[in-house]
Design a protein around this ligand. Structure first.
Ligand SMILES: [Zn+2]
Length: 263
């Protein structure tokens, strides 16, 4: 193994709640000392995580323009002189952007390296950060554990295509998302797939996690592919469950998403 991949495999993570149910994450590269915040819902919990870890903030990687992902940018940037990386397509709506990125671009955090994946749907310019060597995905409000983001700016077809891009990532990828919504997502998913054994297993695991007061993320992409109904709209059983047997996957996805909105 070369030096770079060794360093990348040693990325360290701190996960913490912000606001009501947003997640803040710090990604630390011990090789260089670089530390990135993934999104900035509010400054204080990020500062607390930095203090607790002794890490120094070097970068802020933003997934999309919503205020519950960006409100802490100004304060954090001013205090730490951190570089702010954000989606090119939404840069005008995000404060203090230093580097605008889009699909296929590479973002480095010290010796760690992320590929930018464009995942429009929740917002039109949403991006996710995928660290292949460290096996990490920061999915913003595109993919949640056993759920996905509301389709606010894009179309269901667009969101489905974005989810397919994430579904292509290796099973061993640890997925971090923007919100702790897993319990409600599972209650909904069970209305569509009451007999999916992977979903039942995940439901049992989450029950234990909630009882223990621990976060339900990260999850592995392999588990999400088997248990997350929003990644399974092209499974004939899901189409049948929502009365759309034989219909295109994007249409099935749209129906599942619409049902979740009403749930
Ligand atoms: Zn959002």
């Amino acid at each position: 193994m070369d030096h770079e991949s060794t360093a990348s495999s040693r990325a360290q993570i701190r996960l913490f709640l912000c606001l009501k149910d947003n997640y803040g994450v710090l990604v630390h590269d011990p090789a260089s000392g670089a530390t990135a915040a993934i999104d900035a819902p509010e400054a204080a919990p990020v500062e607390a995580a930095l203090t607790a870890s002794g890490w120094k903030l070097s970068d802020i990687l933003i997934t999309h323009h919503h205020g519950d992902h960006t409100a802490g940018i100004g304060e954090l940037k001013q205090r730490h002189r951190a570089r702010v990386v954000a989606p090119r397509q939404e840069a005008a709506k995000i404060p203090d952007v230093d580097e605008k990125v889009a699909e296929g671009d590479t973002v480095t955090v010290g010796s760690l390296s992320a590929r930018v994946i464009a995942t429009p749907g929740h917002t039109l310019g949403q991006i996710n950060y995928y660290f292949p060597a460290a096996k990490l995905l920061f999915a913003g409000d595109t993919l949640f554990s056993i759920g996905c983001g509301r389709v606010i700016e894009g179309t269901p077809e667009m969101m489905w295509q974005s989810l397919l891009k994430l579904r292509d990532l290796p099973d061993g990828t640890a997925m971090f998302c923007g919100h702790e919504y897993t319990d409600a997502n599972i209650r909904f998913a069970l209305t569509i797939e009451p007999d999916n054994p992977a979903l039942a297993a995940r439901a049992a695991e989450v029950k234990r996690q909630i009882a223990a007061g621990t976060p339900t993320i990260p999850t592995l992409m392999g588990e999400e592919k088997r248990a997350n109904v929003f990644l399974r709209a092209d499974d004939p059983a899901v189409a049948t469950a929502v009365g759309l047997a034989g219909q295109p996957a994007a249409q099935v996805f749209a129906e599942v998403r619409a049902r979740k909105n009403r749930f």
